[in-house]
Ligand binder design. Structure first.
Ligand code: ACM
Ligand code: ZN
Length: 705
């Protein structure tokens, strides 16, 4: 256990002098914590006069449905004691059981109250704390609230209060990408402790992907003898290599997998914290590692160069059903996540097996082939008493009848699925992708192109405007995702989760329409102190730098508002504000996806019409590079001017070449500009794209002065 860092010094001193008695009414509120301090904010609470001052030793009485000695009562007592001990591993309290209700400091009555098993009623009086809950989950969450309040209290005292609490959404999840970098079971358990404190109740384990298979499957040993290991640790090194795998035990082999016993241990730990672990087995895309182990499952039978399984071959279904049978026998969760995202489907178009399947099943195109595949997997999973979740691409070609959609490419997929009567989990990348950088990229770990501050994550509202009540009722909840390509160390992953997982938790739990970011930020800063004290690495919220300064205010320049013509169009996916974007005076922020950057999949060739001939002294355009997102600086930018804009009349006034490597990880900006002494009306900028397939160019403004 690490030494306490932020809260504790004060707490220790105060504990030693005054934990054994109550303070006078007039002094007591200062430093005492209450329900107004916790995350997620409770559904409702009242604060009363007075405080409860816990002694060093706290006595706990637990009764289940009026029977203190039942098995359920014993289990709950044990759970309460261990959650309390875990909560206060860093503080000098001890807890012990008592069989006498009258001398208890904390009384737990379970089996009382309403229908929501996660709800609770918590009362803090000067004489003690009482919890009433319909079920163990509610009692557990009440205890988490107490633990958090005590952790946040400067004096150790709690404000007297009544808290009536219940979650807004049933599904409140965090996602763990253990394929890109394998994480130990201890890491997962540590995150479950934090999740429990945040009342998050679903751990989505992304167990398989092109970077490595992470689960023992008895019938398919090559998945863990071979497909769980790669010869490079660093993602960009492996990506730049041939992306091969290696045999377990090879010198330098990097990876790992969970044995079934590991998973049982994880599941037991999760159940004690009221967390359901949802396994994800990716299919039919993101399956490079499966094909490396069993090449016959791809369209062309080759070991490398394929990421999609072949939905034409019967062997593919036999393999997946074998795997899923073992997965379903191991994980008790209601759901199995079957991935479904980002299949290329290219090979399916020409594969004889896929074409035959399409013909036999009357499928018009490869989207319908994917839909056939997903429906077939759903039928199999349903036949085992479980249900599927898939990323929103499973809607392509028609959604399987019972599928739950995890909406990640924005929320449109989720809205459409909910409107057509499907359950939905909202995890739109712009608000819920915790792998996006949370602060200025030059101060942050290498990211993947997005920018997601705590404030933006907190601003998300899962019930989108215009949804019908019926569609709203289909939103099961929200999840924060952390894709881990660039997060080799566990501590980096923690840094990305906290504090943004707090925002996910509050959106998932607390009532709609009551958000106040300033208040949340204050609570988040205090909670970060608690996590730090417990040995988590967290983001330094106090010293947040914020958005790219240039983007905060519009810039004035000679070209602002001028018409831009395009020799080849910008890409429809990243139009920014459209044809006027490059002269609208708005500079982009840290992310190419923020609506200020215009994207090109071809060379950029644009002409700005200043409206009349003018003296021009400066012309420049800033481009961005972030190779993890396939965004590159131009090889060369040529700047030319003309009086009448006709072909053959442009004179070159500047040529700037790239002077930054195109293999560097990280986000870079470069302004390609020239100082000149011209009089002209037209300015042409030609930016040459790197020769890589799929590479993007992004620029935000053509500045003229
Ligand atoms: C995803 O981010 N490809 C689900
Ligand atoms: Zn095929």
């Amino acid at each position: 256990m690490k030494l306490l860092k932020k809260i504790p010094a004060v707490v220790f001193i105060l504990l030693s002098v005054q934990f054994y008695g109550k303070t006078a009414e007039s002094e007591q509120h200062c430093g005492a914590a209450g329900p107004q301090d916790i995350i997620p904010a409770p559904a409702s609470y009242e604060i009363h006069d007075g405080t409860f001052s816990p002694g060093h030793e706290l006595k706990l009485f637990v009764e289940t449905a009026g029977k203190p000695c039942s098995d359920a009562g014993r289990n709950l007592r044990q759970e309460m004691i261990s959650s309390f001990r875990e909560g206060f591993g860093t503080l000098p309290y001890v807890i012990s059981e008592t069989s006498g209700k009258s001398d208890a400091d904390i009384t737990v009555l379970s089996g009382t109250g309403g229908p929501d098993s996660e709800s609770y009623l918590l009362s803090v009086t000067e004489d003690g704390i009482s919890i009433e809950a319909p079920d163990a989950a509610g009692a557990f969450y009440a205890m988490q609230s107490i633990v958090m309040m005590m952790g946040m209290s400067e004096t150790g005292d709690l404000r007297c209060c009544t808290v009536r609490d219940n979650p807004r959404f049933a599904y409140r999840g965090l996602h763990f990408d253990v394929s890109r970098h394998f994480r130990s079971k201890e890491f997962l358990m540590k995150q479950m402790d934090a999740m429990a404190l945040l009342k998050l109740n679903r751990m989505h384990l992304h167990l398989t992907d092109g970077a490595g298979w992470r689960l023992e499957i008895g019938a398919c040993p090559r998945l863990t003898e071979f497909a769980a290991w790669r010869p490079y640790r660093k993602w960009s090194d492996w990506w730049a290599s041939e992306r091969h795998y290696c045999e377990a035990g090879t010198a330098g082999a990097y990876g790992g997998f969970y044995t079934k016993d590991d998973i049982r241990e994880i599941l037991e730990y999760a159940a004690e914290r009221h967390i359901e672990v949802i396994p994800e087995i990716e299919m039919p895309g993101h399956s490079d590692e499966v094909i490396a182990a069993y090449p016959e499952l791809s369209c062309n039978g080759r070991q490398y160069g394929n990421c999609d399984l072949c939905p034409g071959k019967e062997e593919t279904y036999v393999f997946l059903e074998t795997v899923l049978e073992e997965v379903m026998a191991l994980f008790p969760s209601e759901y199995v996540h079957i991935g479904g995202d980002e299949a290329s489907k290219e090979a399916w178009k020409t594969c004889p097996d896929c074409r035959k399947r399409m013909q036999e099943e009357g499928l018009e195109n490869v989207d319908e082939l994917q839909s056939y595949f997903i429906r077939r997997m759903e039928k199999f999973v349903n036949a085992h008493g479980k249900r599927i979740i898939g990323w929103d691409e499973i809607m392509q070609g028609g959604l399987a009848p019972d599928a739950t959609v995890m909406s990640w490419r924005g929320s449109e997929g989720g809205v459409a699925a909910a409107s057509s009567g499907h359950d939905v989990i909202m995890t739109p990348n712009g608000y819920c992708y915790l792998n996006y950088t949370q602060d200025a990229p030059f101060r942050e770990p290498v990211g993947m192109g997005g920018y997601l501050t705590l404030e933006k994550a907190y601003s998300y509202e899962p019930e989108e405007p215009g949804m019908t009540p019926e569609a709203r009722s289909r939103i099961l909840g929200i999840q924060g995702n952390l894709w881990a390509e660039y997060l080799p160390e566990d501590s980096l992953a923690e840094y990305m989760y906290y504090p943004r997982a707090f925002a996910i938790a509050e959106t998932g739990w607390s009532p709609a329409g009551k958000k106040d970011f300033r208040d949340f930020r204050k609570r988040a800063a205090a909670l970060l102190g608690i996590l730090e004290a417990r040995g988590y690495r967290t983001f330094d919220l106090e010293n947040e730098y914020g958005e790219r300064k240039e983007s905060l205010h519009p810039v004035s320049h000679l070209g602002r508002g001028c018409v831009v013509s395009y020799a080849s169009p910008y890409d429809g996916k990243y139009p920014a504000s459209g044809p006027g974007a490059l002269t609208d005076g708005l500079l982009g922020g840290w992310s190419y996806g923020d609506g200020r950057w215009q994207g090109f999949l071809t060379d950029m060739d644009i002409t700005v019409d200043l409206g009349e001939t003018k003296p021009v002294r400066y012309i420049g355009a800033t481009f961005m590079q972030i190779i993890s997102a396939w965004v590159y600086l131009p090889e060369k930018v040529e700047i030319s001017v003309s009086d009448d804009g006709k072909d053959g009349t442009f004179r070159t006034v500047g040529t700037v070449s790239r002077d930054l490597s195109d293999t560097l990880d990280g986000l870079y900006f470069k302004t390609y500009d020239t100082v000149c002494d011209e009089t002209c009306r037209y300015i042409r900028i030609r930016a040459e794209k790197p020769g890589r397939d799929g590479a993007w160019l992004f620029t935000d403004e053509i500045t003229v002065n």
